[in-house]
Design a protein around this ligand. Structure first.
Ligand code: GUN
Length: 293
């Protein structure tokens, strides 16, 4: 049976490191890292994330500002707000929660954020720096995947990492991170995606499988190599009449079958999920350190 990679425990470890560093920065220089989160509209899932981010800031001693703007907010008004946050010296990180309402161009908003405050790592400047191997603010979930591996003593160097999914938020950046000629990376990376007629030949060749395709329980143990490390980024609700809420959360990987062949696997929930906010806190601290030398 596979070792379970406990994302909650690892995320707590990172949060504690950030908390200690934030306290030290405050004590030595009087500087408090600040994060602004902007939510447009009232999507319930986004609302939960935004609240969790505010709570994490509070627990770790960061300054936090949360803007809740109505769904009718114009793109111009949102861009104006981003410009104010860019100019605000108490704010070191800016995160505009996605998805945005249809009438707002997401790319335009991302590009309006000052790259040095872009704690999501979504700005084209940061995407470019990531690809060429420069130190920069890196997207939180992909950076969290790398931390999960390293803190579980799994070195991706020389391994065949198969990323399933090519999104800008997970697939592309996690592939970019793990292929770098750097410590904690140096993997041979394949990106497989929905364009494949049959994913199985790619899946079976993975030493490390990173599933981020958004198809619940679509990858089964039978498709995987014995000893594979499975990192499941997917999270979907599936109906389950036996569950109290009438649904349960599952990943892209069928956990029961995969855990019989894998050497290590992340559960859903409690695997990759908790890492995203931990890495957001780490990025905000990093952005603050840059600003304050
Ligand atoms: N929506 C879902 N995930 C994310 C994320 O990592 N950052 C932002 N800004 N929005 C999201």
């Amino acid at each position: 049976m596979a070792m379970i990679i406990d994302g909650k425990r690892i995320a707590d470890e990172i949060r504690e490191e950030v908390r200690v560093e934030v306290a030290a920065l405050k004590a030595s220089k009087g500087i408090v890292p600040g994060l602004a989160v902007v939510l447009v509209g009232d999507d319930p899932a986004s609302d939960v994330y935004v609240r969790m981010k505010g709570k994490a800031c509070e627990e770790l001693g960061l300054h936090s500002v949360t803007d809740r703007l109505p769904a009718s907010t114009t793109e111009a008004a949102l861009l104006k707000r981003v410009a104010e946050l860019n100019a605000d010296p108490a704010i070191h990180g800016i995160l505009v929660q996605m998805p945005l309402p249809k009438h707002i161009n997401e790319a335009r908003v991302i590009e309006a954020i000052d790259p040095v405050k872009d704690v999501d790592g979504f700005h084209p400047v940061n995407v470019g720096k990531l690809i060429i191997g420069e130190d920069t603010l890196r997207p939180c979930t992909p950076a969290g995947v790398q931390e999960l591996l390293l803190r579980s003593n799994i070195d991706p160097a020389g391994m065949h990492v198969v990323v399933v999914g090519r999104s800008n938020i997970v697939g592309k950046p996690v592939a970019s991170i793990l292929m770098q000629k750097q410590k904690g990376a140096n993997a041979i990376v394949t990106i497989a995606h929905t364009g494949a007629k049959d994913l199985r030949p790619y899946l079976v060749s993975a030493d490390i499988l990173i599933a981020a395709i958004g198809r619940p329980e679509s990858i089964r143990g039978e498709d995987l190599k014995t000893g594979v490390v499975v990192i499941d980024v997917g999270i979907s609700r599936v109906d389950d009449a036996t569950a109290k809420k009438g649904y349960r959360l599952v990943g892209d990987v069928h956990f029961a079958s995969a855990s019989t062949v894998a050497s290590a696997i992340t559960p859903v929930p409690g695997g990759v999920g908790p890492m995203t906010i931990a890495m957001l806190m780490k990025n905000t601290l990093k952005a603050c350190r840059w600003k304050s030398g």
